[in-house]
Structures are given as C-alpha cells and as structure tokens.
Design a protein around this ligand. Structure first.
Ligand SMILES: NC(=O)c1ccc[n+]([C@@H]2O[C@H](COP(=O)([O-])OP(=O)(O)OC[C@H]3O[C@@H](n4cnc5c(N)ncnc54)[C@H](OP(=O)(O)O)[C@@H]3O)[C@@H](O)[C@H]2O)c1
Length: 374
C-alpha cells in the first residue's frame, strides 16, 4: 500500500468488518476502527493492535465526519445497507474520502450510483459499492467477456456456490432485498424483476457441469451496463450448489436471494429475531470449505460469444480481500476517474483478478468462440 493516510473501517466489529480489519493488518496498512459501540471497538483494538478507535453512531453526522476526516478511504461493513448505508456514504463524500462497501443489495447500489455520483465528482472521490464477493469477480469477468464481442444482446452471469454458510448480517440483508424486490436489466432498461424468478440451465465447465439455475437480482444488473454496451444482463445462481446450507429450515431460503423474494415484509420482524438467535457466521474452517465458480457469458449482437470464468473458495474471506484491495487502489490513486463506479469501470479487470490469484482464485478469459452454452 502506498500513501500515508489510514483506511477507516465502519462496522469494524461485525463478522465482515473484523475480516476486513485482519486483511488490512495482513497488508501492513494503517486502519481506523469505526462503529457504533465504543466498548466493542476498544476490545477489537486490543485484539488487533490497531489503536485508533473512533466511535460514531449513524445519527451523528459530526462524529462520522470526524471519524473519516483524515482517512484516504472508508470501507463500510455495516449492513443492511438499504437501511444503514446512506449516512456513511454521505460522510465520506463530505470529507473527501473514497468510499467502498460490502453490500449485495441492489437498492443501496442504485442509490449510490444515482444520488451520489455528482457529489462524488465534485468532491473528487470514488464511490464503489458492492466491493465484496458480491459483485467484484462477476463485474470484472463480465467486462473481460463483454469487451470481446460488444455490442451485446445479453450478458449472462452464472454463479455456483457450494458449502456457503450465511452470516447473520447476510441473512438480515437478504430480508432487506426481499422487501425491496428485485431489478433486472432487459431491452436496455432497468425493470422490476418478476416475483416468481425464471429458471434456466447453464453449462459450467467440469467438474460443475450443467446446472439448473434460478434468476436472481444481482448487482451486475446495475454494474455491467455502466461499462459494457449490452441490451440485457441476466444473473443466475445454481440451485444445487446452495444446499446443504448449515442453517435451520426456512432460514435456508433466505440465504438464496431468489427465494428471499418470496418473503412478505410483515414477516420481517419475526425473522429478524430468529436470525439474531443464530451463530454470527461460519467458523474459519467452514468458511474455507465454501467453493465457488462464477462465469460470465457474453453474447454479441453479431452471434459471437465469449466467456470468462473464476473459481475459488471462502466467500467471506475473499470479500475482505476484494474490499481492502479496492480501498487500497483508491487510496493509492490507482483508478480511472472520480465518481460512483463499479470495479470494472474503476480498475483494470485482469490486474485486479491477478491480485486475487494470490488468494486462491483461478481465472480465465479465453478468446471469442462460437458456442451455445445456456
Ligand atoms: N458482498 C458480499 O459478498 C458480502 C459478504 C459478506 C457480508 N456482506 C454484507 O455485509 C454486511 C455485514 O455482514 P456481516 O455478516 O458482517 O454482519 P454482522 O456481523 O451482523 O455485522 C454488522 C455490522 O453492522 C453494525 N451495525 C448494525 N446495525 C447498526 C446501526 N444501527 N448503526 C451502526 N452500526 C450498525 C454492527 O455493529 P455492532 O458490532 O455494534 O453490532 C456490525 O459492525 C451485510 O449487509 C452482508 O450482507 C456481503
């Protein structure tokens, strides 16, 4: 990391926040620990050796501004972001601090892109929502595949995730997505996704092979049209990979964004209570056992296709790696331009994926070929 200003972590005491703080420590970076609970932050400081603790509630605008004021970037890990995200984004822009978060929620991403882009440009900062596993690899792969055969009739993102144990934070955020409903990108426009998600098959390379998939409202629906000329973005997730999830009964469904769409909002309070009784998240060994394959299939309007693919493990560990790498690149001034961006519109996709190679991610983006995979 270059640059002498520290990186702030808001929500540092949560499951993801602590992984982000650990990744900053591993990289030898300077971190400022921020969040709502002074006692939890001081305990984390003792654990990690980072001494700078700045408690700030989301309602306290001055405290948030003080917390980020001398930092190069802030990584926001306090979700659900649809509920909690806005004050942190605003404070980052007001203090001229680059902003990164770990959301998977379309509603929050859209707000950052549509409501904060102008202010970010004026403040000469970069805002990158969804800089975790959701949706860094997918967005980068989409660009690598898409640019080979642009303009596109369709860009398909296909996820296979096995052995994924959702954290409480992910489940609460899944509920938030259920309330908001989903967006899809079709005929060159953002549209409301159908309540009953579409099914499809997708042919992954072996060993995953052909899978039954369900459409879900991913962040690439919002990010890909920002950098690639396409008439549609379709996101699919493999049903088989999602089971078994080490969570009880109905809550399994909430780990699946598509199934979460079926949840009606009056249930939310009850389910929130049930989620809070679960363990915080998967222990380290279980985390490492999660395996993923993400594929991007670009279909050119001229009939050509191109594919890019990444494989790896440990979705939560990787989220910390991608969020910290994003913040570090911003802190070092290594980005295309200021404003609200996706990973692929801010950075060189191949270079970013190469960095993930050091964390067990293998990727490929072969040359264009004629094929029919879905
Ligand atoms: N994109 C991805 O691939 C990916 C991966 C991992 C996580 N995530 C997302 O990241 C978020 C965090 O997940 P997690 O598992 O780390 O959740 P978590 O363990 O529950 O942590 C939530 C964090 O938010 C803070 N927080 C909650 N309510 C707050 C409030 N009203 N004011 C201020 N801070 C508040 C908590 O503070 P306290 O510690 O004081 O309670 C905690 O630091 C979720 O939205 C999740 O979906 C996404």
């Amino acid at each position: 990391m270059t640059g002498s200003e520290p990186i702030a972590v808001y929500g540092a005491t949560g499951y993801t926040g602590r992984l982000v703080v650990a990744e900053l420590a591993r990289r030898g970076a300077d971190a400022v620990l921020c969040g709502r609970s002074p006692s939890k932050l001081h305990a984390l400081a003792e654990e990690t050796g980072f001494s700078e603790v700045r408690p700030a509630s989301l309602e306290d605008r001055d405290a948030l501004r003080h917390a980020f004021g001398d930092c190069a970037a802030v990584v926001n890990c306090a979700g659900p972001f649809t509920q909690l995200g806005e004050p942190v984004v605003r404070a980052a822009v007001e203090t001229g601090t680059h902003y990164v978060d770990t959301t998977g929620e379309q509603t929050h991403m859209r707000r950052v892109y549509e409501e904060f882009d102008d202010a970010a440009r004026a403040a000469e900062v970069v805002l990158i929502p969804a800089a975790g596993f959701d949706y860094v690899p997918g967005d980068l792969l989409a660009r690598l595949a898409g640019r080979e055969v642009e303009p596109l009739s369709e860009l398909v993102l296909a996820y296979y995730v096995a052995g994924f144990g959702a954290t409480r934070g992910t489940l609460h955020s899944g509920l938030e997505m259920a309330r908001a409903g989903g967006l899809e990108y079709r005929d060159g426009e953002l549209r409301r996704a159908p309540r009953v998600p579409r099914r499809a098959r997708f042919a992954f390379p072996v060993p995953v092979g052909s899978q039954e998939m369900v459409a879900y409202p991913s962040g690439e629906v919002l990010t890909v049209p920002r950098h690639t000329r396409t008439r549609a973005v379709k996101s699919l997730i493999a049903l088989a990979g999602l089971a078994p999830v080490p969570l009880p009964g109905a809550l399994v469904a909430l780990a699946m964004p598509a199934a979460a769409l079926a949840l009606h909002s009056p249930l939310k309070a009850l389910v929130d209570v049930a989620i809070d009784r679960l363990p915080e998240g998967p222990p380290e060994a279980a985390r490492g056992a999660a395996r993923f394959t993400v594929a991007a299939l670009a279909r050119g309007e001229d009939g050509r296709t191109a594919r890019a693919l990444a494989r790896g493990s440990d979705v939560y560990g990787l989220t910390a790696v991608t969020a910290v790498h994003t913040a570090s690149l911003l802190a070092a001034g290594h980005f295309a331009e200021v404003g609200a961006h996706s990973p692929a519109s801010a950075f060189d996709p191949a270079e970013f994926l190469d960095h993930l190679g050091g964390h067990g991610v293998a990727w490929e983006a072969p040359a264009p070929a004629r094929e029919a995979a879905v």
